[in-house]
Design a protein around this ligand. Structure first.
Ligand code: GLN
Length: 194
């Protein structure tokens, strides 16, 4: 499975390493044409306003919406989750508007700007190691979005069909099981096409 990592800004190399560890073939994506060859796409963490701006500049908003329309899986982590959301609390405009949820940016407050925890995730046997850095929270989801994990009663992992989102960075540890989970989504989507 060829998995692209959107390489405009943010934690790109770490996602590439995790995809490789999980048995996939990672590709850094800088131009929209490069989306064609992919079975799945990761939108990394970083700074969502910057990523959104660069996506607009290089034509990625329409191109990724089209990618999603084809049923190809997309995984947004941290800023990538914000970019996927239909609604961002306190902001008039969102970015891709693909996942039917409302997110709040930098939602953990100052004392907890960054921390690590072992997080149980539905569909994965044992808790995964999750790194939160100025992380967003999922405040509200539509019934079509499945909640895969919560941290202190707040939603931090969710899935809507072929779309997956995490508030945290799963790529900053050597635990690649969430990447393996995403690879399975890509395999299922590819098999459904045949
Ligand atoms: N706070 C960042 C934002 O709002 C996200 C942080 C991250 O990706 N680690 O875009």
């Amino acid at each position: 499975m060829k998995i692209g990592v959107l390489a405009l800004q943010g934690a790109v190399a770490e996602h590439m390493r995790s995809i490789k560890s999980a048995g996939g073939e990672p590709v850094a994506i800088k131009r929209v044409e490069e989306l064609d060859e992919l079975d799945g796409l990761i939108i990394p963490g970083g700074e969502s306003t910057t990523i959104g701006k660069l996506m607009r500049k290089y034509g990625f908003i329409d191109a990724i919406r089209e990618f999603s329309n084809q049923g190809k899986p997309i995984f947004g982590t941290c800023a990538g989750l914000i970019v996927l959301a239909e609604r961002i609390e306190g902001q008039e405009e969102a970015h891709l508007e693909l996942m039917d949820m409302t997110v709040a940016r930098n939602a953990f407050g100052r004392q907890q700007e960054s921390f690590e925890t072992d997080l149980p995730v539905k569909g994965i046997d044992e808790p995964i190691r999750a790194v939160f850095i100025r992380a967003p929270l999922i405040k509200e989801v539509s019934p079509s979005v499945e909640v895969l994990s919560t941290y202190k009663d707040e939603i931090v992992t969710a899935r809507q069909g072929h779309l997956l989102a995490s508030s945290y960075h799963p790529e900053l540890t050597d635990d690649y099981r969430l990447h393996a989970y995403f690879l399975e989504m890509a395999k299922e989507a590819a098999a459904a096409k045949e």
